[in-house]
Structure formats: structure tokens, C-alpha cells
Design a protein around this ligand. Structure first.
Ligand code: GLA
Length: 375
């Protein structure tokens, strides 16, 4: 063989191997779970990274710090995989710089006004970390603790069971709370999260998941062209600090209306500060129902979100400002969006909102399904 062909043939060979790793077309893959070290927290705790791969080659990487989904690889309409969640490079960045990228959020996702609420006649004061309000569980919420992990092979796909015991008084909350979150990457191309929690004293619980998605790829710029559908005829208006006023208003005829698919950017200029609102889902009887559907026109990727919760926070990445970098990307304003299934913000202080109280002997449960496809 003439030596001048060797480099060309090597490139072809490398491309072939590469595409067979990348594409699900190269035969059925085995599901697997792999564990590796990710780093250490400032106080010396080991953090592990688990890689879940399903039979179609979808891959979710999850660390034990905050139960954070650090990477999620799904195919586009041509079978090309990309990582569709924003993320950081190491534990320290997740601890110090991340705006809750990919994390499990608790004990209370979203805001509690002035960090105060009264339960059974006792007033509780929580840690405040968002001006004078409490946000996403406080200064050291469930996103900043190391969870115990147990990998599981289930008949639906590879899974990771994470457990954490939040002690009585942590961040100001009453009661020891035992929490379980199970991530399953199903062979139907779903990332499922099922939560359970139990307490030994009456408390408030509102768990959620905080991935920032960009279905074009985490490093592909803004999400304003994504088309969003929210299965919600109403939303909860907020004051300037994003605390609900207590009203439940119809979306019809306003830029809040996503009842039929609309580009996120089409009316965002008319929404002060961008979208950061809780939507009241049309199905709120606790059964699993479609809450949201998002379509990215360039790649054809689709994500549907199903939940058992009554609300969903739609956040259009308004506070991203280029100061957080990760995985080779710089994250600017609107480079990712969050859809956080939840009970409504500030529910402990709003008697007309569905209750978030959990009592001893009761079990808190929640199921979130992110279903991926392409068209
Ligand atoms: C949630 C909140 C936003 C913001 C982000 C994190 O989505 O509703 O206001 O705090 O988390 O930056």
C-alpha cells in the first residue's frame, strides 16, 4: 500500500469505530452501570460517579454529591448523541458555582417567604439564602450533601438508588426526614426519578429535580427556539422577589400561555425578567400525567415530562450570565431551561395551595418521567 493512503485509511477506520460507539444502529447494546471516583468534598467525603447505560445506548451520569445528573446523552433524529444537560467539571464547582445544575432539591424546592412558616402552632425559621427568602432547601440543601448510593439492575433498565437522612433541625426544618430517590434509565428511553420520604415529626416536604436542559446540546447556545407545551391553563403570579401573591390566574391571552406549542423566545421580552413561574397543572389528582413537552427543531429531539405533582416551575435560565463554565462550555443567559415538577412555591404560607405537610406515619411520594424521542 502506498504510504500516502495510510493516513486516509486510518481516519476512515477511526470514524467507523467512533460512529459505532456513538450510534445505536450498530446492534443492540447491553445495559450497564459503571462506578468511578469523581472527587472529594471540601470536608473530605468521597464522591462517586455512576454511569447508567440503557440498551439503546442512552447514558446518564450521576454523582453522589447532590444526586446530580452531570451528563445525559440522548440521540437526535439522525441517531447522533449529544449531552443535553448543563454541568460543571468537579465537586468544588458544583459546591461553589453551580446554580443547582442537575441536582436533587430538598427539603423544600423553590421559595418560602422570609424563611418562616407555622405548623401545629409552632413558628419555624429556616436558613435564608435568596435575599430574605428561603430557596431550594437553604444554604446546604439536598443538592449539597453526599447521598448513599446503591446501583440496581431492574427489568426496566439500570437504576441508582440514593438515600439521605436529613436530621431534625437541619436548615431549620422540624423532624428527621428519611429520603430515597431512585433514578432509572429505562430501555424505553426515559429518565425516571421516584422519590419517597418519611418523617418522625410533622414537617414540610417539596422535592424536585433541577436539570438545565438544552436539547440542541449543552454547548449549543440559547434555548429560545425550543418549542414548549405546558399542560397548564393557570399559573401562580409572583411579586418582585418571585414569591407567589396567592392568586391563581388563567394563562389565556398572556405571554404565559403554552397550552399549545410555542417557541420559548417568542414572547419572553414581554415577561419581566424572563420565565420563572409555577404553572398549575391541569391534572392534579396525583396520578402520573403529561406536564410538559419540548421540541428542538434543529436536532428534532423531544422531551416529555410526566409527573404526579400539581405544579411545574418553568425557568428560562434568566440568571445564567457566563460566569459558570463546565464541560468545555460557557453558560450564558437562556443557555438552558428547567422544568421543575413541584408543589407550589411558598405553600406553607398559602392555605389555598395544596398542602405540603408530611406527618409521622405518612409517606411522601413523587414520580417524574423525562421521556426522550426525536422527530
Ligand atoms: C429556580 C428558581 C430560580 C432560580 C433557579 C436557580 O428555578 O425558581 O429563580 O433561583 O432555581 O438559579
Amino acid at each position: 500500500m502506498k504510504t500516502k493512503y495510510v493516513p486516509i485509511l486510518s481516519v476512515v477506520a477511526i470514524l467507523f469505530v467512533f460512529s459505532c460507539n456513538e450510534l445505536a444502529m450498530c446492534g443492540e447494546k447491553k445495559m450497564s452501570i459503571k462506578k468511578q471516583a469523581f472527587g472529594k468534598t471540601e470536608d473530605g467525603k468521597n464522591v462517586d460517579l455512576y454511569t447508567l447505560t440503557n440498551t439503546n445506548g442512552l447514558k446518564a451520569e450521576i454523582i453522589t454529591y447532590g444526586g446530580i445528573v452531570t451528563s445525559l446523552q440522548v440521540p437526535d433524529r439522525n441517531g447522533k448523541f449529544a449531552d443535553i444537560v448543563l454541568g460543571c467539571d468537579n465537586v468544588n464547582d458544583y459546591a461553589k458555582k453551580s446554580p443547582y445544575f442537575g441536582a436533587l432539591i430538598g427539603r423544600y424546592g423553590n421559595r418560602i417567604a422570609k424563611g418562616k412558616f407555622t405548623l401545629d402552632g409552632v413558628e419555624y425559621t429556616l436558613a435564608t439564602n435568596d435575599g430574605q427568602n428561603h430557596l431550594h432547601g437553604g444554604i446546604k440543601g439536598f443538592d449539597k450533601v453526599v447521598w448513599n448510593a446503591e446501583p440496581m439492575q431492574t427489568d426496566k433498565g439500570p437504576a441508582l438508588k440514593l438515600t439521605y437522612r436529613s436530621r431534625d433541625g437541619e436548615e431549620g426544618y422540624p423532624g428527621n426526614l428519611s429520603c430515597t430517590a431512585i433514578y432509572t434509565l429505562t430501555n424505553n428511553n426515559e429518565l425516571k426519578i421516584s422519590y419517597e420520604a418519611e418523617t418522625d415529626k410533622a414537617t414540610v416536604v417539596n422535592l424536585t429535580h433541577h436539570s438545565y436542559f438544552n436539547l440542541g446540546g449543552h454547548n449549543s447556545g440559547d434555548i429560545l427556539g425550543h418549542e414548549l407545551m405546558l399542560n397548564a391553563d393557570h399559573f401562580t403570579p409572583v411579586d418582585k422577589d418571585l414569591i407567589p401573591t396567592g392568586e391563581i390566574k388563567p394563562v389565556k391571552g398572556t405571554p404565559m400561555d403554552f397550552t399549545s406549542p410555542m417557541a420559548i423566545g417568542s414572547r419572553i421580552e414581554q415577561v419581566q425578567g424572563g420565565y420563572d413561574h409555577n404553572y398549575v397543572l391541569n391534572s392534579s389528582d396525583g396520578s402520573l400525567a403529561l406536564a410538559a413537552s419540548v421540541y428542538e427543531p434543529k436536532t428534532g429531539r423531544v422531551m416529555e415530562i410526566y409527573t404526579t405533582e400539581p405544579g411545574i416551575q418553568f425557568y428560562s435560565g434568566n440568571f445564567l450570565d457566563g460566569s459558570v463554565k463546565g464541560k468545555g462550555a460557557v453558560y450564558n443567559k437562556h443557555n438552558g431551561f428547567c422544568l421543575e415538577t413541584q408543589h407550589f412555591p411558598d405553600s406553607p404560607n398559602k392555605s389555598n395551595f395544596p398542602s405540603v405537610v408530611l406527618k409521622p406515619g405518612e409517606k411522601y411520594t413523587q414520580l417524574i418521567v423525562h421521556k426522550f424521542s426525536a422527530r
